[in-house]
Design a protein around this ligand. Sequence first.
Ligand code: FE2
Length: 382
Amino acid sequence: MTISAVTVQQQEVYMLQRKVEELENKLKEQSFLVEMMNVLVKDHDLNAMIKNTLHLAMQITHSEAGCLYITDNSISKLKAVEINGNVPKDLIKAFSKVNKLISKKQLYDIIEINKKNKLFPKFKKLDEKLESFIIMPLIVGENTIGYAVLMHRHDNSDNHSSTYSLEDINNLHVYSHQAALLLDNIRINIERNKKEFYLKTVGSLIAAIDAKDIYTQNHSSRVAKITVEFSRILGFPENMIETMHYGALLHDVGKIGVSDTILNKPGNLTEEEFSIIKEHPIKGVNILAPMDLEGDVLNIIKYHHERYDGRGYPEKLKGEEIPLVARIVSIIDTWDAMTSDRSYRKKLPIEKAIQEFKKGKGLQFDPYLVDQFLMLIDKDMF
Ligand SMILES: [Fe+2]
C-alpha cells in the first residue's frame, strides 16, 4: 500500500467517524425533543400547556426570558398570554407588534434578531440587558396561531451565551411545529366544549320561552328552520347560516322577562303593555351578554323588530342600517306570526298574508328580500 493510499483510507475512516458522531448527536437531539414533547402531551389544560410551551422553548434554546403570544383569530390581534423571566413591560408591548414590524405578511419562519440586525436598537432601547432574540411562530397548516419570543438577556453568569446557534434554531423548528399542533388541539377541544354548553343553554332557553306563551309554541324553531333554508337559498356561507340559526332560535329570548299576562292577553294591549313588550329585544341581548356570542346572533335578537322605513324598535334604524341578518329574520318572524294563531287573533289565510307582505315592501320589509321570499312561498318552498 502506498503512503497516499493509506492517507485516503485514513481520511475515509475519519469521515465515517464524523458521520457517526453527527448521527449520534442527531439522535440525542431527537430524543431530547421527544422527551420535551412528552411533557407537553401530558397537558390537558390550556394554561398549563401555554406555560410549558414557552418554558420548553426556553430550555431548548438556553434563553433567559421569553413571552408567548396567542392570536385571537387573526394575527393582528395579539395578547401576551405567558411571560417567563424578567421582561420589561415596554418590551412585552413592543413584541406584541413584532409581526407588523418584520413583515406585513404573517410570520412563517423562525427569525433571529441580534446586534447585527437594524431592528435590534429599537428593542435594545426598551431593555438594556437584551442581547438577542428569536421569534418562533406557532404554525398549524396555513395559519399562524401565535408566536413565542425567546431572549438572551445579560445575567452576569459565566456560561452565558449572547447569541443563538444554528443548532438552537434547528431544534426550535422541530419543536415549534409539534407544540403549535398540540396547542391548537387543546384550543379546538375547548371550543367544542363551549359549543356543547352553548347548545344546551340555548335548548333550555327556547323551552322557557315556549312554556310562557301558549300561542307561540315552536314559533322559534319554525322561524329558525325557515331562516336556515332561506339563507341557504340566498347563498350564505355555512358558518353564517349557523349564526343565523342560533339568532333565529333565540330572537325572542327577551320575552322571558315579559310577564305571562301581557304575552297571553287576548285582545288589544294598552300603550304601557306594548312599551313593555317593546323592551324584549334589549332584554334578550342583556340575558345573553355573558355568553360571548357572535355579533350577528345579537344583531338578530336586538334588531328583528326594526322596520325598513325606520319606524320600528328599539333604535328606529332605517333601510340598510338594519343588519342584513335582522332584516331576514324580521320577514320570517312576521310570516310565521301571521300564518299561525295568536292570543289576539286567528291566523291569516296564506293569500291574505302574501297581500300584507306585498303592502309592507319597502315599509316594514327590505323590498329585495321580500320579493325573494314571496317567490319561494309561491313555489311552496316553506
Ligand atoms: Fe320578537
